[in-house]
Ligand binder design. Sequence first.
Ligand SMILES: O=C(O)CCC(=O)C(=O)O
Ligand SMILES: [Fe+2]
Length: 292
Amino acid sequence: MSLTREQVADFQTYGYVIAEDVFTDADLAPVIAELEREIDRRARALHAEGKIASLHEDEPFERRYALLHRQCPDIGRRFDIMFLLGSAMFDFLRNDKLLDVVESLLGRELSCNPIQHIRAKMPWTGDDEQPAGYENVPWHQDAAVTSKDSEASEILTFWMPLVDATAETGCMEVMPEVFKLGYLEHQAEGGTTIVPKLLPGVKPVTAECRKGGIVIMNKYTPHRGTTNRSNIVRWSLDLRYHKTGAPSGRSHQPSFVVRSRANPDSVLKDDEAWRKMWREALDRPAQPIHRV
Ligand SMILES: O=C(O)CCC(=O)C(=O)O
Ligand SMILES: [Fe+2]
């Protein structure tokens, strides 16, 4: 499904747009099933080591991981796309409905950017806001986690919840129109975040998005996570795409062609080749990936 002209214009105007109902539950089911298998595998291994007492096998995807994580946070170690390298995830990175949306904004020569994550934001019952950290991110622009040589590249973020993302479950907040200011200096303290005195006083928008939708953001759009006050895990994927040939912002990690009119043979269809590229990249000495 391509974006409508109005959605494209909204994106150009505000620096973000929320496209609802792009995917059906069936489109997302293989990715969720792959995550469920991984969770089950890890739970059984930790159970065998005596680190998890109850497997909570009957709990749904939305709940089970939180109940396991509470018993042993180790279950979340390296729970991310580049470490799991699953076939269903690879297929989803190339999903036609997703790429039709990407093409609406970036044109016909498209590469999947290596900055991509699975996020499992746990329920939070504390009186305070859920602390900044991997599970709840402070105000930032995604440009902050790219190298400077990619300044001129349009690297767009496609954020997709695997459960309904609402103010209660901890959806994002975004600042409309602020992308026009370009890059704002970030600091490392408090998690990669915009230097507080540079944060514009713009009223944020609560970016609620039902499962099946996509929150699309410009790389200079400030956004943050909010507290998950529900009793389910706020599962999401955030993927990025750029125009083939443009610097990815992570030249030491694998980008790959997902769609090409000019050179259809360049499209990567082999998930084993994708795994190999990531394994080689992860084996190389760590490179600085953030600007701060
Ligand atoms: O998932 C979140 O709450 C924040 C995600 C984020 O910062 C991103 O996708 O770039
Ligand atoms: Fe972000």
